[in-house]
Structure formats: structure tokens, C-alpha cells
Design a protein around this ligand. Structure first.
Ligand code: GLU
Length: 330
């Protein structure tokens, strides 16, 4: 039986190391020369990235790791931080409060849109685009900006299993041109969805987006959510299993901007992307893929990252929707 036929089902464990390595080779080699898409414009510190960079990593719930290409090249995490801050905030204030304050639904509008706020009487709805993510960061505990930043930095570092650092140039570049996010925050405050220091919340949010990670870090962070909230490399229980489950369920509907439905149809596993070209894809119980390539499609998702994830998902059985008839029925 070919590996495709054997491992397209989402239950059970990943195939053995040799097959995982072979499929990762395929995913890397097949797409390394693809140059479709455009690097993000508009954030000067992100625009001067080397566009040909391409890295893929897979970390299994067992702790086994696999990397290809530029998997150790660091870039700012951007929107992917939203998934992990959301998990940390859920852990602090609980499932029901986050549902009420932030929401869990796709809004179908671009990541920096004000429309979702206005359409839903001030309820940001989607924690994986800017308005909802800013509302989630607004729920981070702490009396001062410094305490709240410390909470975010330490929490995301625990997901990664190492001390993450800020890309100061990206942070400064985004801070200088942050009128849109500040506008979203003030609008949320006007609707009673952010209490106090709206601009301080945007500052924390901008910092969280500027944390430096590589594709392997993303795979470790995702594998933590895929493993009941326990980092499979460090053994640290970062969030409860129920919170990991809640976060992954939200990513399923919202993680890939307004292409989340198409992503599920084509790739079939919860994921989150960011405008610097990162993607994390999670297969509960099995592990996670981290991918990085800066050229984006028109929704802001990395083109090579998307293709690599689709190939890995199909060939390794990471797709959470695939099944096959019971063997005794055939
Ligand atoms: N820092 C970016 C912003 O807030 C993140 C955007 C993204 O990756 O979607 O606009």
C-alpha cells in the first residue's frame, strides 16, 4: 500500500520516522522553486526580507522533530501570536468569558477591518483578526503595561520552549504606522469592549506580533496545542487540555483570514498564518507543522507554506476530516 493510502486518515499516530522524512523531502523539494505571490508591502521592516527563504518543520506529539530548508531562519511571528495569546487569556478567564468578550467566529472580512465591529454592535467576533485579537490582548492580566507584556512574553516563550526575543526594528516600524490598529482599539473602547488604556493594549499587541520565531518554533508551539497543552519538548503544561482544544477549534474556523473555509477544504487541518509568511498547522494528538516563506497570496497566506502544508496533510494523515470505510465493509 502506498503511504498516501495508508496514512490519509486522521486517527492514530504519524507514520514512522523514515516515511515522515521522505514526505518532508517531497514537500520541500516540490515547492522550493515556486515564486508565486508577493512579499507584504506597507510595513517597511517586513518588506526587505529575502523572498526566496523557505523552511518547513514538523514536531510530533512524541517530541520527534524534523526540519527542512530555512527552518531556523527567524522572522516576526505577526498574526500567529494571536492564537497563543488567545489560549493564555482563555486559561486565565475561562471559556465562557472569552466567548462573551471576544467571540469565536469568522467575520469574512480582511484582518484589519473595522466592519466586523460595526456589524456586530461592537462585538469583535473573531479573535484571529486584529479587532478580536486586540480585544483578547486587552484581557491579559496585570496592573501595568510592563506586567501585561511580561505575561505575554513568558507565555509565548513557554509555548516555544525557549526565551523569545523582540525584533525591535519591526516593533518600531509597526508602532510608527499603527493608526489603523489604534483606531480599532478606540472603537472597541467606545463600544465598552476594552476597558482603559486602549493604546497601551495596542502597544502590547504590536510587541507580541514582533516576537522573533522560526518555523521550528512554530511547530513546537503548535505541537503544544496538539498535545493537550503540554510542550512535547520541555514537558511544560502551558495550558489545560480543554483550553488547547478550545483554541484549536477557534483556529479551525478563523485561522487563515478570509480563506479559512477554502483552507479547510483544501488542507483539512486547523492553522494560523501571519503576514511575514509563517504558518502553523495543528493536527490534534499527532503534532504540528511550522512553515515559513515570505511570498503571500492575496489573502495574506504564504504560498509555499500553504502548498507544503497541503502536501504534508494529505500524505501524513494530518487532515482531521479524512476517514475511510471500516475495513470489514469492503
Ligand atoms: N502586526 C500586524 C498587524 O497588526 C499583524 C497582521 C497579520 O499578521 O495578520 O496589522
Amino acid at each position: 500500500m502506498s503511504h498516501d493510502a495508508q496514512h490519509t486518515v486522521s486517527t492514530g499516530s504519524l507514520p514512522g520516522r523514515d516515511l515522515v522524512e521522505a514526505v518532508l523531502d517531497e514537500a520541500y523539494e516540490r515547492f522550493r522553486d515556486l515564486d508565486e505571490g508577493e512579499v507584504i508591502e506597507g510595513v517597511p521592516a517586513l518588506a526587505d526580507v529575502e523572498p526566496d527563504l523557505f523552511g518547513v518543520a514538523l514536531v510530533e506529539s512524541s517530541g520527534a522533530e524534523h526540519t527542512r530548508g530555512d527552518a531556523r531562519h527567524r522572522f516576526s511571528i505577526q498574526s500567529i501570536s494571536k492564537a497563543f495569546v488567545y489560549a493564555l487569556v482563555c486559561q486565565e478567564i475561562g471559556h465562557d468569558a472569552v466567548l462573551e468578550r471576544v467571540g469565536v467566529d469568522n467575520t469574512g472580512v480582511p484582518f484589519d477591518s473595522v466592519l466586523a465591529i460595526e456589524h456586530n454592535e461592537g462585538h469583535p467576533m473573531n479573535p484571529m483578526v486584529n479587532a478580536g485579537a486586540i480585544a483578547a490582548t486587552g484581557l491579559v492580566p496585570g496592573d501595568t503595561r510592563a506586567e501585561r507584556w511580561d505575561f505575554v512574553l513568558r507565555g509565548l516563550s513557554r509555548f516555544a520552549g525557549r526565551d523569545l526575543e523582540l525584533d525591535e526594528a519591526v516593533y518600531r516600524s509597526e508602532s510608527r504606522e499603527n493608526q489603523r490598529n489604534e483606531g480599532l482599539a478606540l472603537l472597541l473602547e467606545g463600544h465598552g469592549r476594552l476597558s482603559g488604556d486602549a493604546l497601551g493594549v495596542v502597544d502590547t499587541y504590536t510587541r507580541q506580533c514582533a516576537l522573533l520565531v522560526d518555523a521550528r518554533d512554530l511547530a513546537v508551539m503548535g505541537a503544544t496545542l496538539a498535545s493537550g497543552g503540554m510542550n512535547p519538548l520541555t514537558g511544560d503544561q502551558v495550558v489545560d487540555p480543554s483550553i488547547a482544544r478550545d483554541t484549536v477549534s477557534v483556529l479551525t474556523a478563523t485561522g487563515m483570514y478570509e480563506r479559512s473555509g477554502e483552507w479547510l477544504f483544501e488542507v483539512g487541518a486547523p492553522a494560523k498564518s501571519g503576514i511575514s509568511g509563517g504558518i502553523v498547522m495543528i493536527s490534534p494528538g499527532k503534532g504540528a507543522v511550522g512553515a515559513f516563506s515570505p511570498r503571500l497570496d492575496d489573502a495574506g497566506n504564504s504560498v509555499r507554506g500553504r502548498k507544503a502544508c497541503a502536501h504534508l496533510s494529505r500524505s501524513l494523515g494530518l487532515d482531521v476530516f479524512a476517514s475511510r470505510p471500516p475495513s470489514d465493509a469492503s
